[in-house]
Write a protein that binds this ligand. Structure first.
Ligand SMILES: CC(C)(COP(=O)(O)OP(=O)(O)OC[C@H]1O[C@@H](n2cnc3c(N)ncnc32)[C@H](O)[C@@H]1OP(=O)(O)O)[C@@H](O)C(=O)NCCC(=O)NCCS
Length: 185
């Protein structure tokens, strides 16, 4: 019985350790990152990795809608896989003349390793292939890390509006990048 309890304690300790960001960062940094077109089979794993706090039905609606837009040629979505597991997501949407990157997210345990940059880079490649000259991205002014990332990649603030993007009315900045072929590398 004592052995079983000790094994269980080891399991709990190991399970907890696996969830610590520092350990996970070490593990994920040695696993290969690849970008793939998003497909419906990735939804459960993406939900667990990227939006665990959001009800599954909400993410199912969001991603099903994105699939419909992709099938209609109005959007392109990428999933970042590390060691075969989804760790990030982002989409590029076609508006009348412009393209917009949105719904960019990286698993909380895998941030600050360049995955967000890789996703933006992949989406900008698609924008170039589709003939867009500019890409827009919106971000809450309070989201200083995402804002710093976009500015580091060359996006410039073009306009600001007051809007509700999920956390009540707040200042939302729209940044734009003119595509020259050198961005987000
Ligand atoms: C914004 C986001 C997608 C960036 O992804 P990422 O994989 O961490 O981005 P990268 O590793 O390519 O680089 C981000 C840069 O910002 C920093 N950074 C970004 N998010 C960070 C975080 N949560 N914690 C610490 N640093 C962060 C990184 O250190 C890095 O800086 P550096 O280039 O000087 O090293 C990610 O933080 C995220 O999913 N945030 C929650 C959802 C969100 O805000 N989405 C954007 C909505 S507009």
């Amino acid at each position: 019985m004592g052995t079983v309890i000790r094994l269980y304690q080891c399991f709990l300790k190991w399970g907890f350790t696996l969830r610590m960001p520092t350990k996970t960062n070490i593990m994920t940094s040695i696993l290969k990152l690849t970008l793939h077109p998003f497909d419906l089979s990735q939804i459960p794993a993406l939900h667990e990795a990227c939006w665990p706090e959001v009800p599954f039905d909400h993410i199912l609606d969001l991603l099903s809608n994105i699939v419909r837009r992709c099938e209609a040629g109005r959007a392109w979505a990428l999933t970042a896989l590390q060691g075969g597991e989804p760790v990030g997501f982002g989409q590029l949407s076609r508006w009348t003349k412009e393209a917009e990157i949105s719904d960019l997210v990286v698993s909380v345990y895998c941030r600050s390793q360049g995955i967000g940059t890789a996703l933006i880079s992949g989406l900008l490649d698609i924008a170039r292939q589709q003939g867009f000259r500019e890409v827009e991205i919106g971000v809450a002014e309070a989201n200083s890390r995402a804002l710093a990332l976009y500015e580091r990649l060359g996006f410039e603030i073009k306009r600001r509006i007051e809007a509700d993007i999920g956390n009540g009315i707040e200042t939302v900045l729209y940044l734009r990048l003119v595509l020259t072929g050198q961005e987000a590398t």
